[in-house]
Write a protein that binds this ligand. Structure first.
Ligand code: MG
Length: 365
């Protein structure tokens, strides 16, 4: 069987630099802590997650994991310093490997976890590291004193992966405070192998690192002809109309534009590539099913939607009274609050009375 990993998830920091507890700040529809929890929870090589928490945040911690299988979590209160917290967390680990992660890094990707795990399986350690992009100087009394050779300097991130027995041994030998686990390990046990870090895997330490985090914009567009004898379906609801969209599917231009916006935001190909109209499976298909498939992709990639804006452009029928129902329908399909969805109607001013057009924009993070 392939190696299993327990995760020590460090969520006991005091966030002195931010005023509020950074782990419970919102990121789109999520909060910071839930991003790291779900990244590990959904990884097939992860066994248990040891949450190292601060006593006064226990209620918030439980709200984060309320929908998850509690038997996969262990709860350990943090220590006075990071090393102490890790040591307490490690004592609850039983799997062969361990990943130690700062919960204040919510944007760790599946591929980064894979790379760390691969390195541990291959060489016993795996730590993400990035070469410095800025020049570095030594400074004395406010004056530049000298330059350092940047080629040897790396910043290290988490998750840091080890064989559980070996990192426990390193902690048993510790005689002071260390900046992180790789520092302790390399001083007490042996070489620590690096894997390529991820620039998006930032640590939220100040409000400056929090705002506008990890956002992507997506844009989508769709157009269909309106013809007699078809239903008119827009944003998942059927409208009163004697004409409807000419299309292979149900011709829901609103959802098609939204799907393209969602796919473009995560750099995936468009709706026509994902659901080709030459494929008989999509003949007359309810577009809400296609949207659900895109949301499965979002869950797999750990991406969340911040907000959605849609413009529906058609002359007849008037859609103003249907918009609130459309918003609720889309909110349910996207798993977000209806207040995060805007839909507005426009007419073509009789320039193209036989078409329905839709534009959609999304911000995802
Ligand atoms: Mg279409």
């Amino acid at each position: 069987m392939s190696m299993l990993f327990d995760v020590v998830l460090l969520a006991a920091g005091e966030s002195r630099r931010m005023g509020a507890d950074k782990l419970f700040l919102p990121i789109g529809q999520d909060i910071v802590l839930s991003r790291a929890v779900s990244a590990f929870y959904n990884h097939p090589a992860v066994n248990n997650i040891v949450l190292v928490y601060r006593e006064d945040t226990l209620d918030l911690i439980f709200s984060v994991i309320r929908a998850l299988d509690k038997s996969r979590f262990r709860f350990v209160t943090g220590g006075a310093a990071r090393t102490e917290s890790v040591e307490k967390g490690l004592s609850a680990c039983k799997a062969e490997g361990v990943l130690i992660h700062d919960a204040a890094r919510p944007f760790l990707s599946r591929s980064l976890i894979d790379a760390v795990i691969h390195s541990v399986v291959k060489s016993g350690t795996g730590v993400p590291a990035l070469p410095l992009s800025d020049s570095v100087r030594t400074v004395k009394n406010g004056v530049i004193d000298g330059a350092l050779d940047r080629s040897m300097l790396y910043t290290v991130q988490t998750p840091q992966g080890f064989l559980t027995a070996k990192i426990k041994k390193a902690y048993a030998l510790r005689d002071g405070n260390y900046t992180d686990d790789s520092d302790l390990y390399s001083q007490k046990i042996g070489p620590v192998h690096i894997v390529k870090g991820d620039e998006r895997n930032i640590k939220i330490t100040t409000s400056g690192t929090y705002f506008g985090l990890n956002s992507n914009i997506g844009i989508g567009y769709d157009i269909h002809c309106l013809v007699p004898g078809r239903k008119l379906i827009l944003c998942g609801i059927e409208l009163q109309s004697d004409r409807g969209s000419l299309a292979h599917s149900d011709g829901d231009a609103g959802i098609h534009a939204l799907i393209d916006a969602l796919l473009s935001a995560i750099n995936e190909r468009d709706i026509g590539t994902m659901f080709p109209d030459t494929d008989p499976r999509y003949d007359g298909i309810d577009s809400t099913i296609l949207l659900s498939k895109v949301m499965e992709l979002y869950r797999a990639y750990h991406r969340g939607i911040n907000n959605v804006s849609i413009i529906l452009k058609l002359d007849e029928p008037k859609i103003r009274d249907d918009i609130p129902v459309m918003k609720i329908k889309l909110a349910n399909l996207l798993g977000i609050d209806a207040s995060c969805i805007s839909i507005s109607g426009k007419t073509t001013e009789n320039t193209s009375p036989d078409t329905i057009e839709a534009y959609a924009c999304v911000i995802v993070n």
